[in-house]
Design a binder for this molecule. Structure first.
Ligand SMILES: [Zn+2]
Length: 173
């Protein structure tokens, strides 16, 4: 008898239950770091992940968490591959993931609109202004950046000027 083989869809569903170690309300799938799941003809499973940013210390933990979760499901032959290019972007975060972030009190990434019209006129590019971020607590847009780095380098620290609550903003990149 052949050993029961798993399908890529099944593995992906299991990975949807593996939380990000830094933000436990969001899964590694919703975060967008699981780029590919393949099951080879011999039943070996390959999970390809892309770090949220180079040198993110959580990546080793994430790889271990993925391995532990899949082994617990009986996936014995497993390989975790790291793909660095193309680089992870916050666009890969699912809508469910962004909603979970907000519910957790972290403002999800917003599209950063950079005005390049000045470039056409030979004007030097302006320093990139911090994005307008809605307060995850009260929804106010009346917020200000207080620190480029929040609780982790992936996040910036903002404060709401209406409800006065500080909050983390998950930076776009
Ligand atoms: Zn607020």
């Amino acid at each position: 008898m052949d050993a029961p083989t798993v399908t890529a869809d099944q593995v992906r569903a299991w990975l949807g239950e593996v939380p990000d170690p830094e933000i436990p309300v969001i899964s590694v799938v919703d975060l967008g770091i699981v780029r590919d799941v393949t099951v080879a003809g011999d039943g070996a499973c390959v999970v390809t992940i892309t770090p949220t940013y180079s040198g993110c210390p959580a990546m080793d933990v994430i790889a271990e968490d993925i391995e532990r979760a899949l082994r617990a499901r009986g996936v014995d032959r497993l390989r975790i591959a790291t793909r660095l290019s193309p680089a992870w972007t916050t666009d890969w975060m699912s809508d469910a993931g962004k909603a979970a972030l907000k519910g957790y009190g972290i403002a999800p990434p917003v599209q950063q609109v950079i005005d390049i019209s000045a470039l056409a006129h030979g004007v030097k590019r302006h320093a990139i202004r911090p994005p307008d971020v809605a307060c995850p607590h009260c929804g106010s847009m009346h917020t200000r950046l207080t620190s480029q780095f929040g609780s982790t380098p992936c996040k910036a620290l903002y404060q709401c000027l209406d409800c006065r609550e500080p909050f983390d903003y998950f930076k776009c990149h």
